[in-house]
Design a protein around this ligand. Structure first.
Ligand code: SF4
Ligand code: SF4
Ligand code: FES
Length: 490
């Protein structure tokens, strides 16, 4: 455990700790481009130079290990001058793209120039070396070599995290540039992490490109519902529209995000988003649709069935359970879901595509119900006339329901989710628009947060269920999400 002083303050760190990490423990920030806590050290950008007493020259803090008795200076005049020089060097050939660059506002070059340089360039714009400008580097990424500072974070990410090694540094010296290996594209399923990792605007997201300026975006921490891993994310939005999802790195679940998860926000404003209900494929306001549905349920009497969903929050499943027990008054309901869980690709993506299989267990524990096998058998048996469920969960019993010609009442956010044969499709707020509790494959219980407003008139699913029950003559008193969880051991 070496003891050292950094800017006059003592710190004891485990053997092997670098000066950059030791300084971080003291809350001293050392600028960096190539360093990333989850990638190997390359020590190539020189932005982290610090002064060590008795060392003949400045050393890179990211690659120098702390040693007993070291005296380190991170803000001496010598260090400040080195930072100015490194920035001048990095900016010599950097294009004057800031007004049209998507990285502007969150760019490492802009930030450090303001923090450590503010020096006028000694080079004329016409002397700059020109390199290849924008080109697609995969389904989600654009590459602009002229903006690259050759930190190699992108190369190391593809070599060490996805282990797909699509990128390499070509040529030598001032001719070096990042390129895709011949015949390759950045389509490894995690490619958008490279847009986050790239400290400048060399790799940018094709999806986010030219959509919004970084400084306008508001950030709402929430969770991804793309699978049972439940990665922590931030939804970046402006004036009611989500523009991108980025990781919220945390020790429990994720540093990165998969590309599939990043795109889950698209359904919120997709062209087929339901702003009204459908009855026999015809658009209709929610209230008359609920009255119609209540009438059909009344007609079916004991021949109605309710199926929960591992794609819905605990609150929404609990509301469906209350609907079955207290409104439809049937024992024909099921909240029994299981799926193999665990990371399937060694990085993040889960074997279970549903985000709340674990959460539905708490609903089953309180409300009981049939096993999925019994429920499927019941549907196939021909005694059930009407089924209420969520669109993706319907996929689990589709064959039995179709064969038995059962009338379908489907909760769906987008028209494309609902089966064409549905009698009624009832819209509800997405989990980017409302709170909901989800339990991931590790048993971690987290809540989504409302980043944007739902379309006018669209409510959380528990509220739609509450209204449906009232049209059927039962009051569930679900006036808030916590009320739906009231009796749950949670
Ligand atoms: S493209 Fe970005 S991440 Fe890759 S080396 Fe260049 S600056 Fe670094
Ligand atoms: S691994 Fe799953 S939870 Fe994480 S970002 Fe991808 S889809 Fe979302
Ligand atoms: S951060 Fe240390 S050399 Fe780049």
């Amino acid at each position: 455990m070496p003891n050292l002083t950094i800017d006059g303050r003592s710190v004891e760190v485990p053997a092997g700790t670098t000066l950059l990490e030791a300084a971080q423990r003291l809350g001293i920030y050392i600028p960096r481009y190539c360093y990333h806590p989850k990638l190997s050290v390359s020590g190539s950008c020189r932005m982290c130079l610090v002064e060590v007493e008795k060392a003949p020259k400045l050393v890179t803090a990211c690659s120098t290990e702390a040693a007993e008795g070291m005296r380190v200076l991170t803000a001496s005049e010598k260090v400040r001058q080195a930072r100015r020089d490194v920035l001048e060097y990095l900016l010599i050939n950097h294009p004057l793209d800031c007004p049209i660059c998507d990285q502007a506002g969150e760019c490492g070059l802009q930030d450090y120039y303001m923090d450590y340089s503010l020096r006028k360039s000694r080079f004329e714009a016409e002397d700059k070396i020109l390199r290849q400008k924008r080109r697609a580097a995969g389904p989600y990424l654009m590459l602009d070599n002229e903006r690259c500072i050759l930190c190699t974070r992108c190369v190391r990410f593809c070599g060490e995290v996805t282990k797909t090694a699509e990128l390499e540094v070509m040529e030598r010296g001032d001719r070096s540039f990042i390129d895709l290996k011949e015949g390759r594209a950045l389509d490894n399923g995690y490619s958008l992490n490279i847009a986050d990792l790239c400290p400048v605007g060399a790799f940018t997201s094709r999806d986010f490109r030219f959509k919004a300026r970084a400084w306008f975006l508001k950030r709402t921490p929430t969770i991804c519902l793309g699978c049972a891993t439940g990665c922590e994310i931030e939804a970046h939005h402006y004036e009611g529209t989500i523009y991108r999802l980025v990781p919220h790195p945390n020790a429990e679940t994720n540093t990165w995000l998969c590309d599939h998860g990043r795109m889950t926000y698209k359904a919120v404003r997709a062209g087929d988003r339901l702003g009204k209900a459908l009855i026999r494929k015809g658009l209709i306001d929610l209230e008359p649709a609920l009255r119609e549905t209540a009438t059909r349920l009344e007609e079916a009497k004991g021949a109605a069935a309710v199926l929960g969903s591992p794609w819905l929050s605990v609150e929404d499943n609990a509301a469906l359970a209350r609907l079955a027990k207290d409104s439809v008054k049937t024992a024909n309901y099921c909240f029994d879901f299981s799926a193999e869980q665990g990371i399937k690709d060694g990085i993040l993506v889960n074997k279970d595509p549903a985000p709340n299989t674990a959460g539905t267990r708490t609903v089953k524990a309180l409300y009981g119900g049939l096993s999925l096998e019994e429920f499927t058998g019941l549907l196939a048996g021909g005694k059930i006339k009407i089924l209420i469920t969520e669109a993706k969960a319907y996929g689990l019993v589709k064959a039995a329901a179709e064969a038995a010609g059962i009338r379908l009442i489907i909760f769906a956010r987008n028209r494309g989710e609902a089966p064409a044969a549905a009698y009624a499709v009832l819209p509800y707020a997405s989990y980017f628009e409302t709170e909901g509790t989800f339990v991931n494959y590790q048993g971690l219980r987290r809540m989504t947060a409302a980043a944007v407003e739902p379309p006018q008139g669209i409510k959380p699913l528990w509220a739609v269920v509450n209204k449906l029950a009232s049209y059927s003559g039962a009051e569930l008193h679900l006036d808030s999400a916590p009320r739906a969880l009231k009796d749950m051991d949670f």
